[in-house]
Design a protein around this ligand. Structure first.
Ligand SMILES: [Zn+2]
Length: 132
């Protein structure tokens, strides 16, 4: 174990704390009715998307991914598989650095994936962003 390794570990922990805090802020910003229905959604942080995950959305890069059964799908409440939101640390850090822009990007990514959980498509989300 070198000092360099310890420093890297401290940096990793600090970055994970930033992600956790930004995720909490994103969830706090949601209306209560949404938060109540989020119960079964796990939010996890991974380093990089797998080739399968990239292929599943036809993207070259991903900041986050929603996997699961949207609440609007028939019988969704009875589906035993939990829904999952994954945030990808590597792409977010490369895209936004470790400054305040990272916090905003993590928050925005969580909100985007949460919207998928409530049945909004990427096309619809794109529309909403440009409709005001
Ligand atoms: Zn999306």
């Amino acid at each position: 174990m070198t000092d360099g390794g310890d420093a890297q570990e401290r940096l990793d922990t600090a970055i994970d704390d930033r992600f956790d805090a930004a995720i909490d802020r994103a969830i706090d910003s949601l209306p209560d009715a949404f938060v109540e229905r989020l119960g079964s959604v796990a939010i996890v942080i991974e380093d990089e998307p797998t080739p399968d995950q990239l292929a599943s959305v036809g993207a070259r890069g991903l900041y986050g991914l929603y996997q699961g059964v949207p609440r609007t799908a028939f019988g969704a409440e009875n589906v035993p598989l939990p829904s999952k939101i994954t945030l990808f640390r590597g792409p977010l850090l490369r895209g936004y650095g470790v400054g305040p822009r990272l916090d905003d990007a993590v928050e925005e990514t969580v909100l985007h994936e949460v919207a998928h959980h409530f049945g909004l498509s990427d096309a619809r989300l794109h529309e909403l962003r440009h409709s005001h």
